[in-house]
Design a protein around this ligand. Structure first.
Ligand code: FES
Ligand code: FES
Length: 187
């Protein structure tokens, strides 16, 4: 079946088997191996990617379900050779040890921070509750996400036009992103 997807901003078409999982499509056909497979049963979150900005577990999502959608993988975080603030914060705050869970953690964090630019520890823990880490004990991961949030808020403030009254009164989104889901059907 022919599908067309936009992966990290690049549109591409490919012929895929109807049963092919998105994680296998990304790793084997697109060649992006940063998306990891930890369990293959939707338990660990290592395979988390963003589909139209929503974190999903790509080990339980068919490639054909992604037809016409935008996918973001960990490789898409790097921009013009610069680490994304989330990547920089994980490095700075020692939010990883072996790194196996890290791509999924960072993408789940990205979805959280898009919905909630200033999450509490509890909100970070809830949003990452679908992602398991066997190394760090989580404290540094939570610290890294909150550090990234602070950096991203600074960047957003610096980008706001001076004297823009709308910007001065705008309320941040108060929602908390849901943990990565297993399968979402297209509506
Ligand atoms: S590989 Fe573990 S949730 Fe997908
Ligand atoms: S850093 Fe090793 S599993 Fe998370």
């Amino acid at each position: 079946m022919l599908i067309t997807v936009t992966v990290n901003g690049v549109e591409q078409s490919a012929d895929v088997e109807p049963r092919k999982l998105l994680v296998h499509f990304l790793r084997e056909q697109v060649g992006l191996t940063g998306t990891h497979i930890g369990c293959d049963t939707s338990g660990c979150g290592a395979c988390t990617v963003l589909v139209d900005g929503v974190p999903i577990k790509s080990c339980t999502f068919l490639a054909v379900q992604a037809d016409g959608r935008g996918i973001e993988t960990v490789e898409g975080l790097l921009s013009e050779g610069q680490l994304h603030p989330i990547q920089a914060a994980f490095k700075q705050e020692h939010g990883l040890q072996c790194g196996f869970c890290t791509p999924g953690m960072m993408l789940a964090a990205k979805a959280l921070l898009a919905a909630n630019p200033d999450p509490s520890d509890e909100e970070v823990r809830w949003s990452l509750s679908g992602n398991i880490c066997r190394c760090t004990g989580y404290m540094n991961i939570v610290r890294a996400v909150r550090a990234a949030a602070a950096t991203m808020r600074e960047h957003a403030a610096a980008d706001e036009p001076a004297g823009d009254p709308a910007a001065a009164t705008a309320e941040p989104a108060a929602t908390t992103a849901e943990p990565a889901t297993t399968v979402q059907s297209r509506s």
